[in-house]
Design a protein around this ligand. Structure first.
Ligand SMILES: NC(=O)c1ccc[n+]([C@@H]2O[C@H](COP(=O)([O-])OP(=O)(O)OC[C@H]3O[C@@H](n4cnc5c(N)ncnc54)[C@H](O)[C@@H]3O)[C@@H](O)[C@H]2O)c1
Ligand SMILES: [Zn+2]
Ligand SMILES: [Zn+2]
Length: 373
């Protein structure tokens, strides 16, 4: 079918997104065609434009945070049918590999190929200007229709509104799970969240669910600091120096129990800051993507070992899509997870470059592309 999509022809060159006609093939074996309601704009999409995540291939159809309705199923599709409402997970889960069987489906072997430039079977479903286009995360939600692998699709109840559901494709579980699963926040903990955008704001919600006593957010943008209080932050400061002072007061100089890094682009400085904010025996969670070629961090290894701290990486906030997508929609319906409030502004697909400019300027918690007919 012919539709439109936002394509990066030269990833890594900050060329911006070109909204143009694309051709989608019909779904093949174990694939479905989904008509999207909306797509969130995650900072990870920007990394392929800036080159912080160098792809080594192009063109790419961006977007990996979507929800919609199944409109066509390919051969061998048993789990969902036409008319089902689904969230598209930015990480697939095959259900059969060792990692899936071990209950860590965010580490599914299929995940290794999500930025490989093809559908899981190594061919293209998307075409533009007469050539194949690779998808972001096997998806490409910057188009009103997506041919998605069944392993990336999670069915949700039809009474779950689709626009907030789209954020459960990446940012919400990544932030929420960073706090709940990766940091293993405990009752009464003092927690610091560094950077409260679309991911970090959900880390704040996760910290609140776990019963943290103090949730200190650090963000240079005043509006983010204000909004963070509605999501459960107890304190908000603009920079590292203010955070150090506050945490020292709160903890009698001991340091925070858990520190989560959810800034737009990670680097050595933020990891060092997180380390300084963390108490002995505490946990630092690194959720943010750093530029792939960033290899060095100044780290006092002796003190690190003797401090008993843990530096924990996390993919998808260590959530498992088939378990946590239904859990998060349920929490939303029970009024225990804010999703609508994450959406600062909606955009039409043709205004996608404005949406990215707003993200970089710190204007949005989440910008969302809305598709109409
Ligand atoms: N690990 C994963 O599986 C995973 C999944 C999704 C996103 N990510 C990554 O998470 C990061 C956050 O994504 P997002 O969509 O929330 O980005 P975003 O741009 O919406 O939010 C980033 C926030 O960090 C703030 N910030 C920037 N520098 C800061 C600093 N030095 N101190 C404190 N705050 C600072 C910004 O003002 C902004 O509010 C990105 O690097 C993204 O690629 C990782
Ligand atoms: Zn994302
Ligand atoms: Zn698997």
């Amino acid at each position: 079918m012919k539709t439109v999509g936002a394509v990066l022809w030269e990833p890594g060159t900050r060329s911006g997104w070109s909204v143009e006609e694309i051709e989608l093939d019909p779904p093949k074996s174990r694939e479905v065609l989904v008509k999207l309601a909306s797509s969130g704009i995650c900072h990870s999409d920007d990394h392929v434009d800036t080159g912080d995540i160098p792809l080594g291939w192009g063109p790419i159809l961006g977007g990996h945070e979507g929800a919609g309705v199944v409109v066509e199923v390919g051969p061998d599709v048993t789990d969902v049918e036409v008319g089902d409402h689904v969230v598209l997970s930015f990480l697939p889960s095959c259900g059969k590999c060792r990692m899936c069987a071990a209950g860590v489906s965010q580490m599914c072997v299929m995940g290794g190929g999500v930025l490989g430039g093809f559908a899981p079977d190594g061919t293209h479903r998307i075409h533009a200007r007469g050539q194949g286009v690779g998808p972001f995360s096997y998806l490409g939600t910057f188009a009103p229709y997506v041919v998605a692998p069944l392993d990336s699709v999670v069915k949700i109840d039809a009474d779950m509104p689709l626009m907030p559901a789209s954020l459960i494709g990446c940012g919400v579980p990544t932030g929420w799970g960073s706090a709940v699963y990766a940091a293993e926040i405990e009752l009464n903990d003092t927690v610091v969240v560094l950077g409260v955008g679309g991911v970090g704001m959900n880390a704040v919600q996760g910290a609140r669910h776990r019963g943290a006593k103090n949730i200190v957010v650090v963000d240079p943008v005043a509006s983010k600091r204000d909004v963070a209080k509605d999501f459960g932050a107890t304190h908000a400061v603009a920079d590292f120096a203010a955070a150090m002072e506050l945490i020292a007061q709160m903890t009698d100089g001991q340091g925070a129990d858990r520190v989560l890094i959810t800034v737009g682009v990670a680097g050595p400085e933020i990891v060092e800051q997180a380390n300084q904010l963390t108490r002995r025996g505490g946990v630092i969670v690194l959720t943010s993507a750093a530029p792939v070629l960033q290899r060095q961090v100044e780290f006092d290894l002796f003190t690190f070992a003797m401090s008993g701290k843990r530096l924990q990486g996390t993919l998808y906030g260590s959530t498992r899509s088939r378990l946590d997508v239904p859990l998060l929609t349920d929490l939303y319906k029970r009024g225990e997870l804010k999703l609508d409030e994450l959406i600062t502004k909606t955009y039409k697909l043709e205004d996608i470059n404005e949406a990215f400019a707003d993200m970089r300027a710190g204007k949005n918690i989440r910008g969302v592309i809305v598709y109409d007919d």
